[in-house]
Design a protein around this ligand. Structure first.
Ligand code: MIG
Length: 866
C-alpha cells in the first residue's frame, strides 16, 4: 500500500514536470521606435530606455514583465510617480537599432547608446552588454561579444500565475551586492537572502531580517561594472544573492514584475540615479539636525521643563525633546493627558524660547471608543482598514482595541493630514510616526485585510510595506501645509521613497557594542538607498548602557544625520550627564563639536546628489577594486559624512583600533582631525582610539566650515566668525561648500539662501583659492578665519630658503606671515583639552597650522598663499 502511494506521487511529479515548457521567444519588435517588446509563450517583456535629461545617453532600462493574456495589468507605484516616469521616458532620445549582420537564428541583438540587448530565443534569455568607451554602433557589432555584460538573466523566469509569485534569476558573477536599505548583516550581501516585509522587531538580532523598512533597491558590481536594480513593487518580495544557490534572484508575490536597471559608472553615480528616480531627502529644518533627547517616556510637563533646564545648567546643546506615548490621554493619538500636561501650549512656547522643539509620537491605531473624536470622524468617513466582509479590522495596541486608518486611501490621508492640526495648533512642528508597519499585539496581521490602494482594492501582501510610508506622507504633507514651513517628521516603517516624507531611525536596538557597530553600517546602507536623514537610538534602546558604551555612542553618532538619545521604559536615566564626570565632559565635547561643524552638516544635507553618509565602499575605484578592505568586517562600520569627514567607529572599551583610509579621486592623503598628522590613503593604520579621541579623519583638499559660538546652546547659536579649515593637498585640488538660509522656510525659489564655494589649485610657489560667494544673501559673519593645516616649511620652499609661507594675499592685498593677521599655532584645534579631564594625553603637538584672519569680503575673492 505504501509502495503504491509512493508510485502515485512519483507519477504525478513526473507528469507535472512534463508540462513545464521552457519559455521560448516568439517575437521581438521595436515599438514606438524606442522600446523593445518581447513575446514568449507565457509572458511579454517590455524593455524601455529612460534618461534623466536630454542627452545622448541613457540612465535606466525599465523591465516590465506581464502575462501574455494581460498586457494592461495595472501597475501603481508610490515611489516612481507616473509624472516622473513620463519625464524619464520622454527625456530619452535614443532608439533601439536591430543588428542585422551575423547569422544568429537563435539570438537577436539590439543596440542603444553604449548598450546592447542580446536576446536568446530558445529558451528565452536576455543579456545587457555595455561598451565602456564607445557608443554601441553597428560597426562594433562584430565585437559585441568583447563588451562587458552587465546583467545576464539566467535559469529563466518562474511564471506561475496561480500563486501570484514571480521570480527572476540573474547570473551571479558580481563580487558584491550592497543596498536594500535598513538591513542587518554584512555590507556586502553576497551569499545571503533577504525579505521585504515591514516588521516590528524589538531587540532585533544582529542578522535578523526583515526589519521595519523595505527598500527593494540594490547595487551589484565587480571590477568591470556596476549597476543597480530597483524592484518597483510594494508587495512582499525576496532577494537572494546566492544563498544556497549559484544564482541571484528576486521574486515578488505579485502577478507581474517591474524593475529598473539603474546605470552609472560608480556606486555613487548609481545611487545618484536612484535618487533621481525616487526623490531626494528634502532639506530638513536646521533645528532637527541638532541634538534630540528622548525616552519612553518623559511623563509630565514639569519633568520636561526640568529636563530642558538641566541641559542649560550642564551647558549641553539641545534642539529637541521627544514625548513618547505617555503624553497622551490613555495613548489616544490627537490628545494630551490633562493631568500630566495641563498646558501643553505654554510648555511648547516656553521651550521654544529656549530653542527647544517638542516632538510628539503618533501611532496609527485609533482607539475604538464612542465619543473619541478621532475615532468618530474616521468611522463616519469610512476610513479604516477592512475585513473582506466590510467590517473594520480591529487589533490591540497601546490604547486597547483599535481600528487602523487605511493610509493607502487618499481620503484617509487627507483626514489624517487635517487631524495633525491638533499638534500644529499647539506650536508643535516635530511629529514622530511609530508602530506603522503596522504593529499590533500578536504581530501577524491577517493577509486578507483589505486596502483601498488608491481605489484599486488589494490585500495586505501588496500593501503592508507601504503603509508606514503613506502614514508619514500624510503626516508630513499635513503639517507642512498647516504651518507653511519646514517640519520634522520621523518614521519607523518605510518603503523606497520614504526619504521624501520623513527621517528614519533604526527602531528598537540594544545597548551593546555589536549593535552600536551594526548601526553605522545600516545608516550608510540607508543613505546609499536615498534615505539621508537617518539615525539609531544613541546608547541603545533596550537595556541599560555602560557608561563607556553610552559615551562612545554619543561621540560617533555626533556625525550621523539624526542624533537622538532614546531609552526604553523602566530603564535607568540615560541623559548625557548620567555616566560620571569624565564621560559628561566627553559627551559635551562631542555634542559641541557637532554644533561647531553644523555649517558642514547642514551643507552636506543640502548637497545630497550622492549619499550623505557613505560607506567606504563608495570610495572604491572599480578598476583597483579595493573592496576587500571596504567589505572586511574590520572596516565596514567606517563611514564618511558628507564629502570628506571619515569616522572610524570603535567599541566602547577599545584604546586603539585599526582604520582603513580609502583611496579617493583627488587626493592621496587623510589628516587626523586632532593633530593634523597625515596618512597616506589606501592603507590601514593602528591609531589611538581612547574615549576622548574617536578616530576622525579629513580628506586632503577638504575645506571644512566651522563656527564656535560663545555659548553653544542650540542650532540658533551664532558666531561672528566663520572658520574655514583648509587641509593642504599635494595634488592641488580643493573643495569646500557652505550653504545657508534661514533654516526653517520651505525651500522654494523665493527663499533667500547663499552658498560659498571654495576651489583651489597650487604650484610649488603658491596655493591659490577661489572663494565664490553668491551675492544677495547676508551671511551672518563679520570675520573669516582660514586655518591652513598641513603646511610645512618645505611645502613652498623651492624659490629661496626662507621658511614659507611668508605672505597671504586677499585680492592682491598682502598680509605678512606672523603679523597680527597671520600666525602659526601649535595648539590642537579640534582636540578635547585633555589635561583638564585626567585622560591620558595623546596629542602630538609638533604639528602646526597657519591661521589667517580677515574681514569677511562682500564679494567673491581670491586668497593666495606664498
Ligand atoms: O511597543 O512608544 O520603537 O522607540 O519608545 C513599543 C514606545 C512602542 C516602539 C518604538 C520606541 C518607543 C516605543 N514604541
Amino acid at each position: 500500500m505504501r509502495k503504491l502511494f509512493f508510485f502515485v506521487i512519483l507519477f504525478f511529479a513526473i507528469s507535472a514536470n512534463a508540462q513545464i515548457n521552457p519559455n521560448n521567444v516568439k517575437s521581438v519588435i521595436i515599438t514606438n521606435e524606442t522600446s523593445l517588446l518581447i513575446q514568449t509563450n507565457e509572458f511579454q517583456l517590455e524593455v524601455i530606455p529612460m534618461a534623466n535629461e536630454k542627452k545622448n545617453a541613457i540612465d535606466y532600462f525599465e523591465f516590465s514583465y506581464f502575462p501574455t493574456n494581460n498586457k494592461e495589468k495595472w501597475h501603481h507605484s508610490y515611489t516612481v510617480t507616473s509624472e516622473k516616469r513620463m519625464d524619464l521616458l520622454t527625456a530619452n532620445s535614443l532608439k533601439f537599432q536591430k543588428y542585422t549582420g551575423g547569422n544568429s537564428g537563435t539570438t537577436e541583438c539590439y543596440f542603444i547608446g553604449n548598450y546592447i540587448i542580446e536576446i536568446e530565443k530558445q529558451p528565452y534569455n536576455i543579456v545587457i552588454r555595455e561598451f565602456k568607451t564607445q557608443e554601441a554602433t553597428k560597426e562594433l557589432a562584430n565585437q559585441y561579444f568583447n563588451s562587458t555584460s552587465i546583467l545576464r538573466d539566467n535559469v529563466g523566469l518562474n511564471w506561475i500565475n496561480e500563486d501570484h509569485k514571480i521570480s527572476k534569476n540573474f547570473d551571479l558573477q558580481e563580487d558584491f551586492f550592497i543596498g536594500l536599505g535598513e538591513k542587518t548583516g554584512p555590507v556586502n550581501k553576497k551569499g545571503n537572502a533577504y525579505t521585504m516585509w515591514n516588521s516590528d522587531v524589538p531587540a532585533y538580532g544582529l542578522d535578523q531580517d526583515p526589519l521595519y523598512v523595505s527598500i527593494p533597491f540594490f547595487i551589484a558590481g565587480n571590477e568591470k561594472t556596476v549597476y543597480g536594480i530597483y524592484v518597483d513593487h510594494t508587495c512582499k518580495s525576496h532577494f537572494n544573492f546566492g544563498a544556497a544557490c549559484n544564482y541571484s534572484s528576486i521574486s515578488v508575490e505579485d502577478d507581474h514584475l517591474r524593475y529598473y536597471v539603474i546605470l552609472g559608472k560608480s556606486i555613487s553615480e548609481v545611487s545618484s540615479n536612484y535618487r533621481k528616480l525616487t526623490g531626494f531627502t528634502p532639506l530638513p529644518p536646521k533645528w532637527s539636525l541638532g541634538f534630540h533627547q528622548s525616552r519612553w517616556s518623559y511623563k509630565s510637563q514639569d519633568e520636561v521643563l526640568t529636563l530642558a533646564s538641566e541641559f542649560k545648567k550642564k551647558n549641553m546643546p539641545i534642539d529637541a525633546i521627544h514625548l513618547d506615548i505617555h503624553y497622551m490621554d490613555a495613548c489616544k493619538v490627537f490628545t494630551f493627558n490633562q493631568q500630566q500636561f495641563p498646558n501643553p501650549k505654554s510648555m511648547v512656547e516656553t521651550l521654544k524660547k529656549q530653542g527647544i522643539n517638542i516632538i510628539t509620537i503618533l501611532d496609527p491605531g485609533i482607539k475604538v471608543e464612542k465619543g473619541y473624536p478621532a475615532y468618530e470622524s474616521a468611522l463616519k468617513q469610512n476610513l479604516f482598514l477592512k475585513y473582506p466582509n466590510g467590517t473594520n479590522y480591529e487589533a490591540g495596541v497601546w490604547p486597547g482595541l483599535c481600528n487602523f486608518p487605511d493610509f493607502t486611501n487618499p481620503n484617509a490621508r487627507e483626514w489624517w493630514s487635517q487631524s495633525v492640526k491638533f499638534y500644529t495648533d499647539l506650536g508643535i512642528s516635530g511629529l514622530w510616526n511609530d508602530m506603522n508597519e503596522p504593529a499590533a499585539w500578536g504581530k501577524e496581521v491577517p493577509s486578507y485585510i483589505r486596502f483601498n490602494r488608491e481605489g484599486h482594492l488589494s490585500n495586505l501582501t501588496q500593501n503592508r510595506n507601504v503603509y508606514g510610508m503613506q502614514m508619514a506622507r500624510a503626516t508630513r504633507e499635513g503639517a507642512e501645509k498647516l504651518l507653511n514651513k519646514r517640519v520634522f517628521t520621523l518614521t519607523r516603517a518605510g518603503f523606497a521613497g520614504i526619504q521624501r516624507y520623513a527621517a528614519v531611525w533604526t527602531g528598537d536596538n540594544v545597548a551593546t557594542d555589536d549593535h552600536m557597530m551594526l548601526s553605522f553600517k545600516m545608516l550608510a546602507n540607508m543613505s546609499l538607498c536615498g534615505v539621508d536623514f537617518v539615525g539609531a537610538d544613541v546608547g541603545g534602546f533596550m537595556n541599560p548602557a555602560t557608561p563607556e558604551l553610552f559615551t562612545r555612542w554619543m561621540s560617533i553618532a555626533a556625525f550621523t544625520p539624526f542624533y537622538r538619545a532614546h531609552k526604553m521604559i523602566d530603564m535607568p536615566s540615560s541623559e548625557p550627564w548620567c555616566f560620571g564626570d569624565i564621560n559628561t565632559e566627553i559627551n559635551r565635547y562631542y555634542m559641541q563639536l557637532r554644533y561647531r561643524l553644523m555649517p558642514y552638516i547642514y551643507s552636506s544635507m543640502q548637497q545630497n546628489e550622492t549619499p550623505v553618509v557613505q560607506s567606504i565602499a563608495n570610495f572604491s575605484n572599480l578598476s583597483t577594486a579595493n573592496y576587500v578592505n571596504a567589505f572586511s568586517d574590520k572596516f565596514e562600520s567606517q563611514f564618511v559624512l558628507g564629502k570628506g569627514l571619515l569616522i572610524a567607529p570603535v567599541r566602547s572599551n577599545a584604546k586603539s583600533t585599526e582604520v582603513y583610509l580609502p583611496q579617493t579621486s583627488n587626493s592621496t592623503t587623510w589628516y587626523s582631525i586632532y593633530n593634523d598628522e597625515q596618512y597616506e590613503s589606501n592603507k590601514s593604520y593602528f591609531v589611538n582610539a581612547s574615549m576622548a579621541q574617536l578616530p576622525i579623519f579629513v580628506k586632503a583638499g577638504m575645506v571644512l566650515p566651522e563656527i564656535i559660538p560663545q555659548k553653544i546652546e542650540n542650532t540658533e547659536s551664532k558666531s561672528d566668525t566663520l572658520n574655514l579649515h583648509v587641509y593642504y593637498n599635494q595634488s592641488g585640488f580643493y573643495e569646500g561648500y557652505l550653504y545657508e538660509d534661514d533654516g526653517i522656510s520651505l525651500k522654494n525659489k523665493d527663499l533667500p539662501s547663499g552658498t560659498i564655494r571654495i576651489s583651489g589649485n597650487s604650484t610649488k610657489q603658491e596655493i591659490a583659492f577661489q572663494i565664490e560667494k553668491t551675492s544677495g544673501f547676508n551671511f551672518p559673519y563679520k570675520t573669516i578665519q582660514f586655518f591652513i593645516h598641513g603646511l610645512t616649511e618645505s611645502t613652498l620652499n623651492n624659490v629661496d630658503d626662507m621658511p614659507k609661507p611668508r605672505t597671504f594675499e586677499v585680492n592682491k592685498q598682502l598680509f605678512i606671515a606672523n603679523s597680527a593677521n597671520v600666525f602659526e599655532t601649535k595648539i590642537p584645534h579640534f582636540a578635547l583639552k585633555q589635561d583638564l579631564y585626567k585622560v591620558e594625553r595623546i596629542h602630538k603637538t609638533t604639528q602646526s597650522y597657519f591661521k589667517f584672519t580677515c574681514a569677511m569680503p562682500q564679494e567673491s575673492f581670491t586668497l593666495k598663499i606664498k
